[in-house]
Ligand binder design. Structure first.
Ligand code: BTN
Length: 330
């Protein structure tokens, strides 16, 4: 390595400085890394070059004073809590869904997470596009390899929705709502969406890509979204920490996904319903079997929407696009 080249900084350094919350001596860092103090200095310089604010305090050592507003592996590593730690980060990409599928086909492990700062062809449900401006929001796709029946795969989107709702609630202190199947709303406007895609061979699920888009810090939307969408920042009045949000979301989703694999969606049904935006509302669902209208009773154990069409005529809808006929009722 030429003398002037900076080393790739060790992500553990960021974690140690963050945990300490005070300056840590170069000597201590050198002993933890198993290198010289001069090498520590090179790691610090490399971290600074990547946008980390690191203070140097005479006779006391180094402190972490700020991290870049970027969702790359280096920034996320010290924040991640679960087993899903493989971060494939892109400054700009067409769609994280496409990339996650590519990684999946190449044999990547379950839990690989593709993250982008911007998407040029972000995809939504039902062939729509997903507004993906740079550096403000969260666009991620998680590679899953569940051993479940094909018919149960849509439940993974419900599980992901629950995890997103929890992360939004923890971050904002506000009460997010879930609009079946998996839109996350704040104050009646959409703040997150989930797109699950799967590949299967002869009824056997090969991979599922759980794509999650969350409007975190965006403040302006294109005209067609302006009265339907919101962001966490607009709802709370200040920017949110995107790295902390993603780390919390991945931990919440991973824990729920493990429970889902062990016991199915049924044990999470009541929790999902506690966030439900539609219970008691009159809705119309554009479902594959045609349009169905009725009052929402709740979910079945398998995640199907239960609608009362009147006079005790209760139907189940397993997929579709819901429009609310009588508003969200506050
Ligand atoms: C919806 O229509 O509500 C689903 C939106 C899903 C958007 C996310 S952003 C990350 C991932 N990559 C995509 O292209 N789409 C999903």
């Amino acid at each position: 390595m030429p003398r002037t080249q900076r080393p790739v900084p060790d992500p553990r350094l960021v974690g140690w400085l963050r945990e300490a919350g005070r300056p840590v001596s170069g000597e201590e860092l050198a002993s933890r890394l198993g290198c010289s103090r001069a090498a520590v200095w090179k790691h610090i310089a490399a971290l600074r070059a990547q946008g980390f604010a690191i203070g140097a305090h005479h006779a006391r050592g180094y402190s972490l004073d700020g991290t870049p507003d970027r969702l790359d592996a280096m920034t996320l590593a010290p924040l991640l809590r679960g087993r899903w730690r493989e971060i494939d980060w892109h400054e700009r990409i067409d769609s994280t869904q496409r990339r996650a599928r590519e990684l999946g086909r190449a044999g990547a492990d379950e839990g690989a997470v593709v993250v982008a700062e911007a998407q040029t062809a972000g995809r939504g449900r039902l062939g729509r596009s997903w507004h993906s401006p740079a550096g403000l929001n969260l666009y991620c796709s998680i590679l899953l390899r569940p051993s479940v029946a094909l018919a149960d795969v849509p439940q993974i989107a419900l599980v992901a929705g629950l995890a997103v709702a929890e992360a939004v609630e923890v971050t904002t202190g506000l009460g997010p709502r879930l609009k079946w199947p998996n839109d996350v709303l704040l104050e009646g406007r959409k703040t997150a969406g989930i797109l699950t895609e799967l590949e299967a061979e002869e009824e056997r699920v090969q991979l599922v890509i759980a794509g999650i888009g969350v409007n975190l810090n965006v403040e302006a939307f294109p005209e067609e979204l302006a009265d339907k969408a919101t962001s966490l920042r607009l709802a709370v009045g200040h920017p949110v920490d995107r790295g902390a949000f993603l780390a919390g979301l991945l931990a919440a989703f991973e824990a729920r996904y493990e429970r889902f694999l062990a016991s199915g969606f049924a044990p999470m049904r009541a929790e999902w319903e506690s966030y439900a935006a539609l219970t008691g509302r009159t809705v119309r669902v554009a479902a594959p079997q045609g349009e169905v209208a009725g009052r929402v009773l709740g979910l079945d154990d398998d995640g199907a929407l239960r609608l009362d069409r009147g006079a005790g005529d209760v139907v189940r809808v397993v997929a579709g696009e819901v429009s609310v006929v009588d508003g969200y009722g506050g």
